[in-house]
Ligand binder design. Structure first.
Ligand code: ADP
Length: 493
């Protein structure tokens, strides 16, 4: 009777519900894009209500379309866009303002003031994170400083905070579970990742009251259940999207790495069970905690990846569908030395410059849209190379291969560019929906369908491998040029 996992993959631009069979093959995917709000330069907001309504609609649709009922679902798993901040009234269930999205840069100035006060080191030591608007803490602070209802609700003990995971869980369970998992908590900048508790010191810096925070639990856990779709369905797995993808890619051993190319790009390397800080401006985050075992990873985040492709599509009208970029890449002129730093919403690791903006170098009278597309895709390869360099320095281990996923890795020319520039093996697995797959594994662990991570490693299957096709010295020369260009951009802004 119970034969499927129902996975909610709540992303930055769309929400998905993926039904997995018990053997972890995808049975069906339903998806819905939702509205992005850009009310000011550098601001990005979501309507948390719309997100919840869409997720509810997608679950109903996925069940109905496949003639399934609640009884057929073993368990629900949740993977979500991380850091995005929601504050809501627990009596009415309504958000008190729009959610502030991870990409939002409105707290840049506030964060640089904290930096000037010398708090960057202390914050990194406790949270593992770089002091940047990216994380939830400064977003929560902004809401308290700017939205009257936040303070009124707080006084009336009616206010709750959550990232999207918590918000969805709270709604699924009709207010019964106010929980988050450790991977999501580790991205808020108010969580002590080593001690595994909300950090009083961080709460003091950002002036956040502990009473609005969810309880933090492991990734595979009895999160509660939902009765909104007929009979009760239990919720057994939860992780931030990048950590879920790390699980979906079965990166359980120290040194294993995965890189996801979706809206943004996130390279994560498993660094084992010790909390170690980066000396090269990478983040240290909790990869997962499963069966009492906590693993950490280094993470390099590039804010703009697929969103640059969307920009070429929607603003420059270079093509109608992102998948056309694969063929168009090949048509680029080999002699054009065009470089693009796609810092459309600032630069992430290892530069952490929220003020940087996109910049082209080397435009000529001959530059074509194909050249611009190639420069955009190549820019992600160069940035990936820089992250690998930082990770190798920090971990003192050589990265020999990377498992890749996300919408962009359907593009074979992009994969070739990645291996040419990084000069390492790029492996695409059979299932590139690794985010939802990771959440399905977590739900399966909780429900006993899977016993341990070893079983997950055995399920991982490769699809294609790209090896470098250009000479090492050519790659080196191009990387040198790239570095001088990105440093110029970083210094200019
Ligand atoms: P997210 O989960 O962050 O919403 P996805 O993993 O679904 O993102 O990836 C979608 C992104 O990948 C979009 O930004 C889209 O422009 C880009 N994309 C999709 N297909 C291709 C392709 N063939 N080549 C390059 N980019 C692509």
């Amino acid at each position: 009777m119970k034969r499927y996992f129902l996975i909610i993959d709540q992303g930055t631009t769309s929400s998905r519900v993926v039904i997995y069979k018990k053997n972890f093959e995808i049975f069906d995917i339903v998806q819905k894009e939702f509205k992005q709000f850009f009310p000011n330069e550098g601001w990005v907001e979501h309507d948390a209500n719309e997100i919840w309504t869409d997720v509810k609609y997608l679950i109903t649709k996925a069940l109905k379309k496949n003639k399934l009922i609640a009884k057929n679902i073993i368990s629900i798993g949740i993977a979500n866009q991380r850091e995005t901040t929601v504050l809501w009234n627990k009596e009415t269930g309504k958000p008190i303002c729009r959610a502030i999205v991870w990409q939002d840069r409105r707290t840049s100035e506030y964060c640089s003031n904290l930096k000037k006060r010398g708090l960057g080191k202390k914050i990194q030591k406790i949270t593992g994170l770089e002091l940047d608007p990216y994380f939830s803490a400064s977003k929560i602070k902004w809401i308290f400083d700017n939205v009257k209802e936040a303070n009124i609700n707080l006084k009336q003990n009616n206010l709750l905070f959550g990232t999207i995971d918590t918000w969805l869980l709270w709604n699924l369970t009709e207010g019964k579970s106010h929980l988050t998992d450790i991977s999501n908590a580790s991205r808020t900048m108010i969580f002590d990742s080593k001690k595994e508790e909300w950090s009083n010191e961080m709460l003091k810096i950002f002036r956040i009251s502990k009473k609005i925070l969810p309880q933090v639990v492991e990734n595979s856990f009895n999160f509660g259940s939902t009765k909104l779709f007929g009979e009760q369905i239990s919720i057994g797995g939860m992780a931030g999207d990048q950590q879920a993808a790390t699980i979906g890619q079965a990166c359980f051993d120290k040194g294993q790495s995965k890189s996801t190319y979706g809206t943004g790009c996130f390279l994560l390397m498993n660094i084992g069970d010790k909390f170690k800080l980066s000396k090269n401006r990478l983040l240290t985050t909790v990869a997962y905690k499963i069966n009492g075992k906590k693993m950490f990873c280094y993470e390099g985040s590039i804010f703009v990846a697929g969103s640059a492709i969307q920009w070429l599509r929607d603003n420059l009208h270079f093509f109608k569908n992102s998948n056309e970029t694969d063929k168009l890449y090949k048509k680029a002129n080999k002699n054009e030395n065009l470089y693009f730093v796609p810092a459309l919403t600032g630069l992430g690791a290892p530069y952490w410059n929220p003020n940087a903006r996109g910049t082209f170098f080397g435009i000529t009278r001959n530059t074509s849209k194909e050249d611009i597309i190639k420069a955009t895709l190549d820019s992600l390869s160069y940035q990936t190379y820089e992250l690998i360099e930082c990770m190798e320095k920090d971990s003192k281990t050589k990265i020999n291969e990377i498992r890749v996923d996300g919408g962009m890795v359907k593009n074979n020319n992009f994969l070739q560019s990645l291996s040419d520039i990084t000069q390492i093996k790029i492996i695409r697995p059979k299932n590139i929906e690794t985010t939802s797959l990771g959440a399905a594994y977590l739900a399966a662990l909780q429900s006993g369908v899977i016993k341990n991570t070893k079983e997950i490693s055995n399920l991982w299957k490769k699809d294609t491998i790209s090896n470098a096709n250009i000479n090492k010295n050519i790659a080196k020369t191009n990387i040198k040029i790239w570095k001088s260009i990105i440093n110029t951009v970083n210094n200019f802004y």
